[in-house]
Design a protein around this ligand. Structure first.
Ligand SMILES: NC(=O)c1ccc[n+]([C@@H]2O[C@H](COP(=O)([O-])OP(=O)(O)OC[C@H]3O[C@@H](n4cnc5c(N)ncnc54)[C@H](OP(=O)(O)O)[C@@H]3O)[C@@H](O)[C@H]2O)c1
Length: 237
């Protein structure tokens, strides 16, 4: 897909990988609806990127708000060409010490939120009858589980199953579905986890560049899943 003049939605655009994706898409000539809860950070990003970036203050766990926004935005306008389901949260801890609210909140955001927005947008993408691409951000922790990460691993293993099933469901509608499973990325994701970030983690702009490449592949070429890792994962000396 050529990205010039295409319309994209990026969830979790206020920070980290989502902000890098929005930036890369705008640089390619696409316009981007950037969704997140923190309005100020979205407006700051719009000031950097200009009017091709449209800030949308939306909590993807709020099914009614998602439905309302999708209908309001696309009932009388062309369907988006690209949906990047990037919004996600992480928290780590033992199953008997993490609160149920925190555990379930991870599933609500990383998996159920992805369902809310995708299920609302797919009818518009199907009706448009042109090439479209849904790209879901999973994690390497959706491929190999780690201890004290039951909620996060459950959500990200779920994202992979969701993505594979959806790719089989939508391929005959010319809608690609790709699951991207990154290893550690140097973003604010780790702020409240006690995990220290460092320069040997993947960089958000590098991951965004790879995703741009996936979006630009020919319409009949699908990369259904990809895993990314830092080659040297340890903190620089
Ligand atoms: N960093 C890593 O090492 C790593 C590795 C593998 C995969 N990932 C995945 O990559 C994705 C992006 O994470 P990141 O590293 O860029 O983290 P980040 O900097 O913390 O960004 C997460 C984004 O998700 C948004 N978000 C969270 N809950 C939301 C909700 N309910 N509704 C709408 N937006 C919501 C946040 O915005 P608001 O707070 O403004 O809502 C923020 O923009 C996540 O899916 C994460 O699981 C990250």
């Amino acid at each position: 897909m050529q990205l010039q003049n295409k319309k994209a939605i990026v969830t979790g655009a206020s920070s980290g990988l989502g902000a890098a994706l929005a930036t890369a898409l705008v640089q390619k000539g696409a316009s981007v609806w950037g969704l997140a809860r923190n309005e100020k950070r979205l407006i700051d990003l719009q000031q950097q990127l200009g009017n091709a970036f449209i800030p949308v203050c939306l909590d993807i766990t709020d099914a009614n708000a998602v439905t309302k926004w999708v209908q309001h935005t696309f009932n009388d306008n062309p369907a988006p060409d690209i949906l990047i389901n990037n919004a996600g949260i992480g928290a780590f801890g033992k199953i008997d010490t993490m609160s149920a609210a925190e555990w379930l909140g991870i599933l609500q955001t990383n998996l159920i939120g992805m369902y809310h927005i995708t299920s609302q947008l797919v009818p518009y993408m199907k009706a448009a009858q042109h090439a479209a691409h849904i790209l879901n951000i999973g994690s390497i922790m959706g491929t190999v589980a780690k201890e004290e990460a039951t909620a996060y691993c459950t959500s990200k293993f779920g994202v992979r199953g969701f993505s594979e099933s959806l790719f089989k469901e939508l391929r005959n509608h010319h809608i690609k579905v790709t699951c991207v499973n990154p290893g550690s990325i140097e973003t604010p994701f780790f702020q409240h986890t006690g995990i220290e970030t460092h320069a040997h983690m993947l960089q958000p702009a590098e991951v965004a560049e790879l995703i741009i490449h996936l979006l630009e592949t020919p319409d009949n070429l699908l990369v259904d899943e990809v895993t990314l890792r830092p080659l040297i994962p340890t903190k620089p000396q």
